[in-house]
Design a binder for this molecule. Structure first.
Ligand code: AMP
Length: 401
């Protein structure tokens, strides 16, 4: 069975086509600048040169059609016809409290995703455009939706409630939802498989450290607490997001700098984090480079970033009364040995015996970076959200047949 995985944003659409008999990626790519004159489609097939096509793509239905044309193209394609796509899986950022797991799309599901637009105004409407674009191009193909929030629906109220008047939760569903759930779910299963231990026995702290970053306490296979909140702004310091801060700073900033609420929102989401503290970049590679050539602001940004991850690890070890596995994943977590080292240096009190040589090894496989016998296993686990979306879609479609 071939499954097309789609991640639709407001002006972009990423895709990966999976052959589920081998779980291999037949092709992947992205359409950028949707809605502009010179939209760009980049198409990649392993072993072949990348294809880059510039054309006018004004909306998502055309974007999906262009992707399908490319997948079936005589020279660049990998399929005989679009009839060779048996199902489509979509990444959806916000599933609110309605979606505790992945589901096949029907009219009720679409209505509920619409009802959640308020909670994720930047993401869910774009995902809906992706769903409708697939419907228009592949009307008979089943579609599934996989939610970033669903994995965290197991959190207890002690973790997900904010200590504010209840009316906000009752009327407006203000609570912690958490994100990167597909990734935390996938990497925790990979970690258990790597260690050859049942997931249900483990206390795992999963650190998804990419441009967006979150830590999750996974107790016996279920999300127990996570650092992102009602939106992805809360928690760790990120590339351009502030993470945790005193909420009183918001009215203070509005008063002192004569800012609007939208401007403060944009400041906290787009102009804070590594970017603001380093004054150089939101990209950890550039911050580390500057730090290594002696830039003090870059050093401070790096130190704050690592310190906050360590604080969350400490608090989640306390929350679960212990930790067996700490894992690092995503762009920074998988690639930055210096960041992993800095975080782990302060965790020897947990019995963690860090292995500097293993930490420096580069590999695309799951690996341990602690010495054999360490009381806590620290792993680097490459994430693969698209594969999990493809797997969930496959399971749902097969289950229906
Ligand atoms: P993601 O959001 O998971 O795609 O991660 C993207 C981020 O990973 C980029 O913004 C970079 O900061 C970071 N990244 C990628 N490679 C490296 C590396 N070798 N060292 C440090 N950070 C990296």
């Amino acid at each position: 069975m071939n499954i097309l995985v789609i991640n639709a944003g407001s002006s972009s659409l990423k895709y990966q086509l999976y052959d589920m008999t081998t779980e291999s990626v037949l092709a992947k790519g992205r359409v950028e600048r949707i809605g502009m004159e010179s939209s760009i489609l980049t198409h990649e097939v392993e072993g072949r040169a990348d294809v880059r096509e510039v054309s006018e793509i004004l909306e998502h239905t055309t974007a999906v059609r262009k992707v399908l044309d490319m997948l079936t193209h005589r020279s660049f394609g990998v399929l005989e016809s679009i009839g060779d796509i048996q199902a489509v899986g979509h990444r959806i950022v916000h599933g609110g409290e309605s979606f505790k797991e992945s589901v096949l799309i029907d009219a009720d599901v679409k209505l509920e995703i619409r009802n959640l637009f308020d909670l994720a105004p930047l993401h869910n409407p774009a995902h809906m455009m992706g769903i409708q674009a697939v419907e228009a191009n592949l009307p008979d193909v089943p579609q599934a939706v996989v939610f970033d929030t669903a994995f965290h629906q197991t959190m207890p109220a002690t973790s997900y409630l904010y200590a504010i008047p209840k009316v906000f939760y009752r009327k407006h569903k203000v609570r912690r939802y958490g994100f990167h759930g597909t990734s935390h779910d996938y990497v925790s299963k990979q970690a258990a498989a790597f260690l050859g231990r049942p997931l249900e026995e483990l206390k795992i702290i999963s650190c998804h450290i990419g441009n967006g970053a979150s830590c999750t306490a996974i107790l016996h296979g279920k999300s127990y607490d996570t650092s992102m909140g009602m939106t992805p702004l809360e928690g760790l310091m990120m590339g351009s997001r502030s993470g945790d801060l005193d909420p009183a700073i918001v009215p203070f900033a509005i008063n002192k700098e004569d800012l609007t609420l939208n401007e403060v929102n944009s400041m906290l989401n787009k102009h804070s984090g590594l970017m603001a503290v380093s004054g150089i970049s939101s990209d950890m590679r550039e911050v580390v480079e500057a730090m290594e050539s002696g830039d003090e602001n870059a050093r401070l940004a790096f130190e704050m970033y690592a310190y906050r991850i360590r604080k969350y690890i400490g608090s989640y070890a306390a929350a679960m009364n212990g930790v067996d596995v700490i894992l690092f994943t995503a762009g920074v977590g998988e690639n930055s040995a210096v960041l992993r080292k800095r975080v782990c240096e302060g965790l020897t009190f947990l019995g963690l015996d860090f292995d500097e040589e293993r930490n420096e090894l580069r590999s695309s496989e799951t690996r341990s970076i602690t010495r054999d016998g360490s009381a806590v296993n620290v792993l680097v686990v490459p994430t693969n959200e698209e594969l999990l979306i493809a797997r969930d879609t496959y399971r749902l479609v097969i289950g229906k047949e």
